[in-house]
Design a protein around this ligand. Structure first.
Ligand SMILES: Cc1c2[nH]c(c1CCC(=O)O)Cc1[nH]c(c(CCC(=O)O)c1C)Cc1[nH]c(c(CCC(=O)O)c1C)Cc1[nH]c(c(C)c1CCC(=O)O)C2
Length: 394
């Protein structure tokens, strides 16, 4: 029986048609019995509830600062770790086993699995980070991308890892599924790797605006299917990482990045509701987006489909609250470098930042304002978590 049905989103102009992805568990998720969730703090905070203390997790919490990660990585390539469900699951659980104070887990994977699923080669090079040897130079190269991406076939390993990990978590804490945002992924696909100036990817926006929008939409479709698959496989919360959103002018953010972000959230919510699945909150991390105008456009979850916004450390939570109001929950926003500040430095800064967040009111998920870096001492991460538990108490 084919599961390919199309539906129209409600509350819009009725033009958009969302194709339901072909997923193995599209009809079987209802029969899955999950262990009862014991700590739902993050799920309450993401819905805007004031919690007794802030739930805390850390972006990139599984990674190179952990000796147990490095030990496993020594025997396996980076993408082998992502693509092998047992390895991904083990890596996801490493920080959870070490730090009982974490209130959420996030599946071990990478945002760049989406360009891979679209047909581009992605390598992870030891000193350089991600490298795409054949980037998209101009719109003529768009024909190199697959027109139809079967997410089950290309990314089924993520779904398997999610199901395995949720079982192993035994309901201790929720599991976050994630993807990269279309603009951030487009930047990698055009630049061929990281960049300081984003000259190539931003010139696409100036030279070929319509083709850029088309590309962003194609990426967004795969991202949405990846998120839907993760939810049906057991993810309880989702995050979309727009790490390079701050490289755009506010106008470009609104013209290019935002519509593709909305395409993802609307498709995810619409398809899940069509399947009769309970709605799942999505956190958006639009790193570097500071323009009040852009933040205001992200302030109403009913319109955007994003329940929470992740803030980087250069924003002040009280100022952001004044701009976005009370409808959206917020996440963040400790300076990742605080983890190099020593025990006293960490304690002082956590207390200060927690006090700002208490003034900001509303739902707060404590996190860093960007990923944890490889040089952090594991015991300092542990101390940071202790301090957040202590100082975020209401
Ligand atoms: C931009 C981006 C990428 N990947 C990701 C982002 C968005 C977040 C951000 O802005 O930091 C997201 C990501 N990458 C990874 C996760 C796993 C889950 C978690 O613990 O948070 C997540 C959520 C593992 C990873 N992704 C990567 C590693 C290290 C690779 C290694 O072991 O060699 C890990 C643990 C590699 C990676 N992957 C990427 C880069 C730039 C790099 C190299 C530099 C770096 O490590 O920061 C792309």
């Amino acid at each position: 029986m084919s599961t390919q049905v199309t539906t129209s989103p409600s509350g819009q102009n009725g033009q958009t048609e969302y194709k339901i992805p072909n997923l193995k568990n599209i009809n079987t998720w209802k029969q899955t019995q999950w262990p009862k969730l014991k700590n739902d703090l993050i799920l309450r905070a993401v819905n805007g509830d004031k919690t007794d203390r802030a739930p805390v997790w850390v972006m990139r919490q599984a990674g190179r600062y952990l000796p147990e990660f490095l030990a496993l990585r020594a025997d396996h390539s980076f993408f082998e770790c992502c693509q092998t469900p047992t390895l991904s699951s083990t890596l996801t659980l490493q920080p959870i086993q070490r730090y009982p104070l974490l209130d959420s887990s996030i599946i071990f994977c990478d945002i760049l699995v989406v360009p891979q699923a679209l047909g581009l080669e992605v390598l992870m090079e030891p000193q350089r980070g991600p490298v795409l040897p054949s980037p998209l130079i101009d719109p003529g190269h768009l024909t190199r991308l697959k027109t139809e991406v079967d997410v089950e076939k290309e990314l089924g390993y993520v779904f398997e890892a999610i199901t395995m990990t949720r079982r192993k978590l035994e309901g201790k804490i929720p599991l976050i599924g994630f993807c990269g945002a279309p603009w951030t992924l487009m930047a990698y696909m055009v630049e061929g790797g990281g960049s300081k100036t984003f000259e190539k990817s931003k010139s696409w926006l100036y030279k070929w605006p319509e083709e850029s929008k088309g590309l962003l939409k194609r990426i967004a479709d795969v991202c949405a299917d990846l998120l839907i698959g993760q939810v049906l496989a057991g993810a309880q919360l989702l995050q979309v990482f727009d790490s390079w959103a701050g490289e755009l002018t506010p106008h470009q953010f609104q013209q290019f990045a935002l519509p593709s972000l909305l395409h993802i959230s609307h498709k995810v919510h619409h398809v899940l509701s069509t399947l009769g699945h309970p709605s799942i909150p999505i956190i958006l991390f639009p790193k570097g987006v500071h323009s009040p105008q852009s933040l205001r456009l992200l302030s109403d979850p009913k319109i955007t489909g994003y329940s929470a916004l992740g803030l980087d450390w250069t924003l002040d939570p009280v100022e952001v609250r004044e701009i976005v109001g009370m409808k959206v929950a917020l996440q963040g926003n400790f300076d990742p470098v605080v983890l190099y500040g020593g025990r006293e430095g960490i304690e002082r800064e956590v207390e200060r930042v927690c006090n700002r967040w208490k003034l900001a009111g509303g739902g707060w998920i404590a996190n860093l304002g960007h990923g944890i870096t490889p040089g952090v001492k594991p015991e300092d991460m542990g101390w940071f978590l202790e301090c957040v538990h202590r100082f975020s108490k209401r």
